[in-house]
Ligand binder design. Structure first.
Ligand code: PMV
Length: 337
């Protein structure tokens, strides 16, 4: 639509919301059980980490085209439809395609996030989900914004980060609920589950950045070289995830801790642990955690430690301090309830 007033031409006045600023957010996430095996159709469990979030704000103009500003990363650039390798450009132009708009209004998208990047906390998926929500609302198609739709769009963006994503990251950061997830055709199995007793988890960052795409690619190469061995490892992760869901539903915290140890042992066999992760896992267990394992792609990033039932602040502080002493760069607490 064009509005001509005397000498002035205001173009791109597609919607009154062009004069507004639209902000959307999405949380971080941790995988509790089943990373890697989930890519091969085994069940996995993941939960949102709501206290760390990605944010996207969209305002009209001021330049022609779509501009991305990411102050934390020192990035300021125009996003073009041809930028197929750029996650944010892909997110924005997926919205254009899904809404059948012939062109997008001029806009500036500012993104920020307190989710550490490349550390298994789902920062890429969360930034994409927030941007997809904000841009879709901004162009006047907010009615499309079901969780299912945002998750499917975010999955397309995840392919740029991950190559062959299972779909668990986009699901958890979009629905912002704990999920039991199985990658399958034609539709993934996505189930919520009950939590009998609150579970307190510490999430500790090794400070080592790791590329999910590379680690997932390396697991794939190992699987191709020795399919029988890797199928056995993946199936073991699947059984552990099924048992873990039952333990969560029954409030069997000590059993859940043991299952974390078992899952960590299988992840070691897959060669996705690292000396830094092992140090943090050992320190958490020595300080009283009932279970600890890496979370996400591994070879860096974050690990999780489960506290015993009824652990007081003192117990939590002891595990947290042990993690810091063992090299953790940051420790977050999240409660599954
Ligand atoms: O993004 P990360 O580091 O949480 O890793 C994703 C988990 C994997 O299972 C390793 C890959 C996937 O797509 O599920």
């Amino acid at each position: 639509m064009r509005l001509e007033i005397g000498d002035w031409t205001i173009s791109n006045l597609q919607s009154p919301i062009n004069f507004l600023s639209i902000t959307a957010t999405a949380p971080g996430k941790v995988i509790l059980f089943g990373e890697h095996a989930v890519v091969y159709g085994q069940p996995a469990i993941a939960i949102p980490v709501s206290q760390v979030r990605a944010r996207a704000t969209v305002v009209a103009g001021p330049q022609m085209g779509v501009r991305l500003v990411a102050p934390d990363l020192g990035v300021e650039k125009l996003l073009f439809e041809e930028d197929r390798d750029d996650a944010l450009a892909t997110a924005v132009y997926l919205v254009k395609a899904a809404t059948n708009l012939t062109h997008l209004p001029d806009m500036t998208i500012t993104v920020s996030s307190d989710i550490p990047i490349a550390s298994g906390l789902g920062s890429g998926a969360a930034i994409a989900a927030a941007a997809i929500r904000a841009v879709t609302q901004f162009v006047g198609y907010g009615h499309l914004l079901s969780n299912e739709w945002v998750s499917a769009m975010t999955y397309e963006v995840e392919k740029i980060h991950h190559g062959t994503p299972s779909g668990i990251d986009n699901t958890v950061v979009t629905y912002e609920q704990p999920v039991y997830f199985v990658r399958q055709q034609p539709y993934n199995r996505i189930e919520t589950f009950s939590v009998a007793k609150p579970l307190t988890l510490l999430v500790a960052d090794t400070g080592v950045r790791s590329s999910t795409r590379e680690v997932v690619g390396d697991v794939r190469r190992q699987w191709e070289a020795d399919p029988a061995r890797f199928e056995t490892l993946f199936a073991a992760c699947g059984r552990i995830a099924v048992a873990a869901r039952q333990a969560i539903e029954q409030g069997a915290t000590a059993q859940l801790g043991k299952l974390m140890q078992e899952n960590q042992a299988v992840l070691q066999e897959m060669t996705v642990s690292s000396p830094e992760l092992e140090r943090l896992v050992a320190a958490a267990l020595a300080a009283g955690a009932v279970g600890a394992k890496l979370s996400g792609a591994g070879r860096g990033g974050n690990m999780i430690a489960l506290l015993a039932d009824g652990e007081d602040e003192g117990g939590k502080t002891a595990v947290s301090q042990a993690l810091i002493a063992a090299g953790a760069k940051n420790v977050l607490t999240t409660v599954l309830q």
